[in-house]
Design a binder for this molecule. Structure first.
Ligand code: GRF
Length: 200
């Protein structure tokens, strides 16, 4: 089962997938790592692990569509069964979402449908939420809007800051992402016409 991982950040979720694969707990392999940020941690992890990786800077392209086309052509080249967006911080064009329909998931750091977009930890605090969390959902053209496969929840504590929340959430995100990719790789959860279907 071939994974393409997209990331713009430190890559701790990529590392969690690699650790689960190395432990024999996830029947998959990372066929490629893709990014809009050549200097990000995820690309460093790919390099250290000898994984195929492609990082293309948006400013080297005429517009969003051209960057997206180039990066996702590289994704298509590795023939992924599943594309995992793990902190890929660019909006993916509708044409690309359609091209990979039912094969792309995103990890979003909020309890969707609450707090779409960026700065979700600050948003949860500003809203006075008693609970915060992360969601794995199917990627659809509207931002952070696809059907949710699963969520991890944590309580918001008195005195929490965005960094404290993010830090407590991170290990829960890792476990959530690994569990979701595992369920999909084993055929227990699958996307059909944009909806999750469950088996076994
Ligand atoms: C995670 O919080 C994820 O939910 C969000 O971006 C962050 C990525 O972290 N979308 P990392 O790069 O995997 O460490």
């Amino acid at each position: 089962y071939r994974l393409a991982v997209l990331a713009s950040g430190r890559g701790s979720n990529l590392q969690a997938l690699l650790d689960a694969i190395a432990a024999g707990a996830l029947p998959a392999r990372v066929a490629g790592v893709f990014s809009d940020k050549p200097a990000c941690g995820a690309i460093a992890i790919a390099r250290e692990n000898g994984l195929h990786h492609v990082a293309l800077r948006p400013r080297d392209f005429a517009d969003r569509a051209a960057h997206d086309d180039a990066l996702f052509s590289a994704v298509a080249d590795v023939q992924p069964d599943l594309i995992v967006c793990a902190g890929y911080l660019r909006i993916i064009t509708e044409a690309t979402v359609r091209r990979f329909e039912d094969r792309m998931i995103n990890l979003h750091p909020s309890l969707l449908p609450r707090h779409k977009g960026l700065d979700t930890h600050a948003a949860a605090l500003a809203a006075g939420d008693a609970e915060h969390g992360a969601s794995v959902h199917a990627v659809v053209p509207a931002l952070d809007d696809g059907p949710v496969l699963a969520q991890a929840r944590i309580p918001v504590l008195a005195g929490d800051t965005p960094d404290a929340l993010a830090g407590r959430l991170r290990p829960r995100e890792h476990a959530l992402l690994v569990a979701c990719v595992d369920a999909i790789a084993r055929g227990r959860a699958r996307l059909r016409d944009g909806c999750w279907a469950f088996d076994g």
